[in-house]
Design a protein around this ligand. Structure first.
Ligand code: 6PG
Length: 240
């Protein structure tokens, strides 16, 4: 478990951008490309904006990056609720990723299960990086507390009906999170502190707090909050 605590929202975005860039640079150096699954929701916006600007925009070898998504709402790609639209507006339209290497989850398709199956089949064996958020209920991607998707051991992506609107979503499953070479969890704001505490505490049930699936990965949080957990090491981030 590695927890990077940022002093404020600006430092949070910079620290997250630095961590994403570091992982991508290492993957491209080792394997010639980097497969990166982006997170949805609102937290990634500031991080994407940072990645689209100096120094990270020039540092990251964007043409070597394969873009994937951890989850998608079952809406058209131009819908304000679309995670793809958010990523396109805040990042993908601003950096030289190869459009052919952007793999959208086609959540708008009437046959959600088929769309999930095809997306799962296209995913690499192991993503180089998954960026995730966390909800106040401890969900991550669209793996919500008590969801049957938490028991999935074979399929890499499934369609689910969740409690957070819009209800229908396609999400990667726990095997994809576990297989990823690196995972960065973004948790900004006091509203997430209880969920982060449950996710990082020494004991707990991933069925109740799905973000515990990635407990031992890298977490970037805003300061003022220190999880009481063994192995918690805070790397105080760049001050704003
Ligand atoms: C989604 C996300 C979801 C999100 C968390 C946090 O599609 O909604 O994948 O898991 O990361 O709900 O959302 P915020 O960043 O908006 O707080």
């Amino acid at each position: 478990m590695r927890v990077i605590a940022a002093g404020d929202a600006g430092a949070f975005a910079r620290l997250a951008a630095e961590e994403v860039a570091r992982v991508i640079e290492a993957a491209v150096a080792d394997r010639g490309s980097a497969s990166v699954a982006l997170a949805g929701g609102s937290t990634p916006r500031a991080v994407h904006e940072a990645l689209s600007a100096p120094p990270w925009a020039e540092r990251i070898p964007w043409p070597a990056v394969e873009i994937w998504f951890g989850d998608e709402r079952c809406v058209p790609p131009e819908d304000p609720e679309s995670n793809y639209r958010m990523a396109r507006e805040t990042l993908l339209d601003r950096v030289p990723v190869d459009p052919v290497r952007v793999h959208r989850i086609e959540g708008e398709r009437p046959d959600r299960d088929r769309a999930a199956e095809e997306y799962g089949a296209a995913l690499p064996e192991a993503l180089d990086l998954i960026v995730l958020g966390i909800g106040e209920d401890g969900h991550t991607a669209s793996l919500f507390p008590g969801s049957p998707a938490l028991e999935e051991t074979v399929r890499k992506a499934v369609a689910i009906r969740g409690p957070k609107p819009p209800p229908w979503r396609i999400t990667v499953t726990p095997p994809v999170l576990c297989a990823a070479r690196e995972v960065i969890v973004l948790a900004s704001g006091e509203s997430k502190s209880k969920a982060v505490a449950r996710a990082l505490s020494d004991h707990g049930d991933p069925k109740e707090t799905p973000a515990r699936i990635v407990r031992d990965r890298t977490w970037i949080i805003t300061s003022g909050f220190r999880p009481q957990a063994t192995g918690f090491r805070s790397e105080d981030g760049i001050s704003s």
